[in-house]
Structure formats: structure tokens, C-alpha cells
Design a protein around this ligand. Structure first.
Ligand code: SAH
Ligand code: F3S
Length: 481
């Protein structure tokens, strides 16, 4: 099932067209979350100014950058294997330089250079503007490190180049960092404190994307509902802002409305929502604008109040149900997806049953499910024993996945017979003769190409489905086209 990702963490080499002026080749591989893929586009944009073209051939590379993920141990192991491979390539092509970006860079810092000696450069997620200097250092034969986290860096002034783009959908980052301190999560340590990007620069980027032919944007942040612009600076310093700054502050529902109004035909999505920060205004704004998609990724992690508390998720099971009820009342056809962790320290069979019963209540459209992986330095690692045996974690995980598969199939079946708007993203992976796109609810829809084209909004009659994909036939253009 395509949409259920269990410990799936493939690296992707990202490229774009060559600029003839540039003389060196950058091979950049990204792992982990959408934010990392979006950051790689910022990095490629900064390095294009420094004379680098992107390439997807390791053989052509002068500089290899790996944008890394630390969220689970397995993600780090995957990256380490890749670094070994790059080091092997270096033996035959000694001029190649290798750099680590992203969360592993921030977490392990100069350890990667000094103890492990597997890279030439280590650059944390807030230091990409320093890359030109750092590359000069490595060109002169020295190692280079910058892992300083920032109070205000949002890269709002860097126009990202679009790597491996389908020309139709794009990510736009709106916040960086996270202040939530979920006890299992390494992100607050690797990406620093939360800050929001200037709404004007967000709207400007969305306008430019529309001009270039893009038809869907996903506003990205670790916790988008916590977006708050009051002229720059950290979210946690908002209380000390001036009266004027407070009065003119822009929150997430204001931002959604700004973007939706600026480009009324652009589809708008966002990810990720933390239940404790999602307000009714956001749901009402979604309902008010036709171009904001009816889909919310709403990670719950566990259905047990005791475990939620131990995770420092600041809502109860009841409050989560209340939020789900409000979403269903205000946007009846809204799709909802989850993240769930099984085997968090001290999780009992009863807690696990609570997770399954919560899933039964919500009947998520799809989900991303993981076995707990202890991350060094997190509160859970410091205070709690990782005491659930691996077999129990895995067994609970497969029970959660099986139930999700059942619910996903129930949900996709609800689309049968309906005529739904689909934005065409490209050719279906399974057949050259079929288009692949998504409906508002973010479910993949495939249908015969006929004379339709990539980037068009098409009305499709849904005729068949699996638990992850809808199959249908186009019946004409959407009025949005
Ligand atoms: N707010 C973030 C969440 C980042 S992590 C976002 O924008 O996506 C994505 C998911 O990974 C989390 O929701 C959680 O379900 C899972 N996760 C995070 N830390 C984990 C850990 N230590 N072990 C297992 N899963 C974890
Ligand atoms: Fe991690 Fe919780 Fe933030 S999962 S990214 S600390 S909302």
C-alpha cells in the first residue's frame, strides 16, 4: 500500500536543468521528511550561485551532499551505509568532497569529521547560507563545520530551485524548528526553536509558482498550526513583542486565507498539524475556501491518555475526539491521516488496545506507523527505559497497520461512483496509458490519459479502488481549469 510508510526511508537524488555557466557538479541526496526535500531545493539554489549544476550521476559529481534524517535509528543507519558508499567512490575519484546536511549533521556535529572521518563537511539545517564559505574551506583542503542554530533564519529570501519537479506540485516552507518537545522526538534538538516566515515572502513564492505553471502548494512546517508572524523572531518570544506587533500578528488561519485569496485557483495543502495547536478557525477557513484541500494530517501517536501524557502530547483522547467531531461537522468529506508510534516505553497491552479503539473511532483514510525508536538526548531516552521488547513493538505495529489497511479500504470505497476533481501530476507508475493525480482528499486517482494533460484539473468518475488508489474515467474538465 503506497501511502502507508513503515520505516520507509529511501534516498532520492535530486536534479534540475543545467546552467551552462556553471562548471562544477553537485550530487544531492535527500532522506526523511518533506522539509528536508524542500531544504535541498534551498541548498541547490544557494549553490547554483556558486557555480554548481545538479547531477543525478554520482560519476559526474564534484560535491556530494546528503541531507539526512535522525528521526529513527534506522534512518541514520541508512545514511551511514550511503556515506560508506561515497567514501568508496572517493578512492577512485579523490577530488570528490562529501558533506552531511540536515538533522544528523546537527545531532552528531563534528563527530562525523573527527571520530568517524567519513565526511569533509558538516552543515546544520540553519547554516545553509554559509555553504559558499564552507565550500571554500574544503576546496583549500580543510574540514568545515557549521551547526549553529538560528533565532530567525527562515530562508524566506532564498528562491528555491525546484528539484525533480513534476512542474505541478511544490512545497513552500512556512515555519522552521519546533517548540513542542514531544518526549520521543529529536526534531527540537536538530532543528532548533520555532520561528515563522514572513507571510509576504510566502505569498510571493506562491504567486511565482502559479506563474510558472504550478497548481498545488503544500505549506510545510513541523507544526503548521503554531505559525505566528509578528515581524520575525522566535515564537517563544512573542509575549515580549510590542502592542503593535501583537495587534498585527498573522496566525495560521490568517495565513491560509491570505494564500487562498492570493491564488484562488491554486490548490492549497498543509502539513503537519499538531492536534493541540489546531484551532476551530483553521477548520472554518478550510471550509470557507474551495481551493484549500479537504485533507488534514493529524498525528495522534497513541490512543492512551497515560501514554499521551508521557509523550508530552498536550491533549487527551477525548479532546482529540472533539477535534475530529468538529472537523467532520464543518468539513464532512475531509480526509484525515495519522502518525502512530507503537511500543513507547511503559506501553501496556491495554494502552495498545486504546490506540486500536481510537483508530476504530476515527477510521483514518491512511497513516504512517512506526515502532518506537529511542533517540539519544530526548527526554524519553533520559527518563524512561526503552522497556518494550522488540517483538512486542513489531507485533503491535503490524496490528495497527492491518487495522489501518482495513480502514483505508473502507474509506476508498466511499469514493466509488462519485465524480471528483483531480489535478493531474504525471504518468501512472503502473501504466504509460494512464494519468496519476490526486483528489482534494489527497488520495491517488489513476485514469486513462485521453487528451488530458499534466497540470490540468479534470473531473473523474471513480469506478474501482484498492486501499490506496482510486481508478476511474475522466468525464470532462473541472470549472477550476
Ligand atoms: N511534526 C512533525 C513530526 C515529525 S516526526 C512533522 O511535521 O511531520 C514524524 C513522525 O515520526 C512523528 O509524528 C512520529 O509518529 C514519528 N516519530 C518521531 N520520533 C519517533 C521515534 N523516536 N520513534 C518512532 N517514531 C517517531
Ligand atoms: Fe517532533 Fe512533536 Fe515537534 S513530534 S517535530 S516535537 S510536534
Amino acid at each position: 500500500m503506497e501511502k502507508i510508510i513503515e520505516e520507509k526511508n529511501q534516498g532520492t537524488a535530486l536534479t534540475l536543468e543545467k546552467d551552462q555557466k556553471n562548471t562544477r557538479n553537485l550530487y544531492i541526496e535527500s532522506y526523511g521528511c518533506q522539509m528536508n526535500f524542500s531544504d535541498s531545493e534551498i541548498v541547490a539554489s544557494i549553490l547554483a550561485q556558486e557555480g554548481f549544476n545538479t547531477t543525478n550521476s554520482l560519476e559526474e559529481a564534484d560535491l556530494v551532499l546528503v541531507n539526512t534524517c535522525s528521526i529513527r535509528e534506522k534512518a541514520e543507519q541508512t545514511v551511514r551505509k550511503r556515506l560508506e558508499k561515497f567514501n568508496a567512490v572517493k578512492k577512485t575519484r579523490p577530488h570528490i568532497r562529501v558533506g552531511v546536511l540536515g538533522c544528523m549533521a546537527e545531532r552528531l556535529k563534528s563527530k562525523l569529521l573527527e571520530e568517524e572521518r567519513i565526511v569533509d563537511m558538516v552543515v546544520g539545517p540553519d547554516a545553509y547560507k554559509d555553504l559558499p564559505n564552507l565550500i571554500r574551506e574544503i576546496d583549500e583542503g580543510r574540514n568545515a563545520v557549521n551547526v549553529i542554530l538560528s533565532k530567525d533564519e527562515t530562508y524566506g529570501d532564498v528562491a528555491p530551485v525546484r528539484l525533480n519537479s513534476n512542474g505541478v506540485t511544490a512545497f513552500v516552507s512556512i515555519t522552521r524548528g519546533c517548540d513542542n518537545m514531544c518526549t520521543f522526538c529529536v526534531v527540537p534538538f536538530t532543528r532548533g526553536r520555532e520561528r515563522s516566515r514572513d507571510p509576504q515572502s510566502i505569498v510571493h513564492e506562491v504567486n511565482e509558482l502559479w506563474e510558472k505553471g504550478y497548481r498545488e502548494v503544500t505549506l510545510l512546517g513541523q507544526n503548521v498550526d503554531s505559525y505566528l508572524w509578528y515581524g520575525g523572531g522566535l515564537k517563544k518570544d512573542f509575549d515580549a513583542a510590542s502592542a503593535i506587533q501583537k495587534a498585527t500578528a498573522v496566525n495560521f488561519s490568517n495565513l491560509l486565507a491570505l494564500v487562498a485569496e492570493a491564488q484562488p485557483r491554486m490548490r492549497i495543502r498543509f502539513s503537519t498539524s499538531n492536534p493541540q495547536d489546531m484551532t476551530l478557525d483553521v477548520i472554518e477557513t478550510m471550509a470557507r475556501f474551495k481551493n484549500i484541500c479537504n485533507y488534514i494530517h493529524l498525528p495522534v501517536q497513541s490512543g492512551s491518555d497515560r501514554i499521551l501524557k508521557a509523550m508530552n502530547r498536550l491533549h487527551t483522547r477525548e479532546e482529540y475526539f472533539e477535534l475530529i467531531n468538529n472537523i467532520r461537522k464543518i468539513i464532512p468529506d475531509c480526509a484525515i491521516s495519522q502518525d502512530i508510534i507503537t511500543g513507547f516505553p511503559t506501553e501496556t497491552e491495554e494502552d495498545h488496545q486504546d490506540t486500536l479503539s481510537l483508530m476504530e473511532y476515527v477510521k483514518y483514510d491512511f497513516g504512517f506507523m512506526f515502532a518506537y525508536s529511542e533517540r539519544p538526548g530526548t527526554l524519553a531516552a533520559r527518563k524512561l527505559m526503552d522497556n518494550i521488547p522488540e517483538e512486542a513493538k513489531k507485533r503491535r505495529l503490524s496490528e495497527v497497520i492491518d487495522l489501518q489497511l482495513k480502514h483505508s479500504l473502507q474509506r476508498t470505497k466511499e469514493h466509488l461512483g462519485k465524480i471528483e476533481e483531480v489535478l493531474i501530476e504525471g504518468t501512472s507508475k503502473k501504466s504509460e496509458l494512464q494519468w496519476m493525480g490526486r483528489n482534494s482528499q489527497n488520495t491517488v486517482v489513476v485514469f486513462p490519459k485521453e487528451n488530458y494533460a499534466v497540470g490540468e484539473f479534470v473531473m473523474v468518475r471513480i469506478e474501482d479502488c484498492t486501499s490506496a488508489t482510486l481508478m476511474g474515467k475522466a468525464v470532462g474538465y473541472s470549472e477550476n481549469n
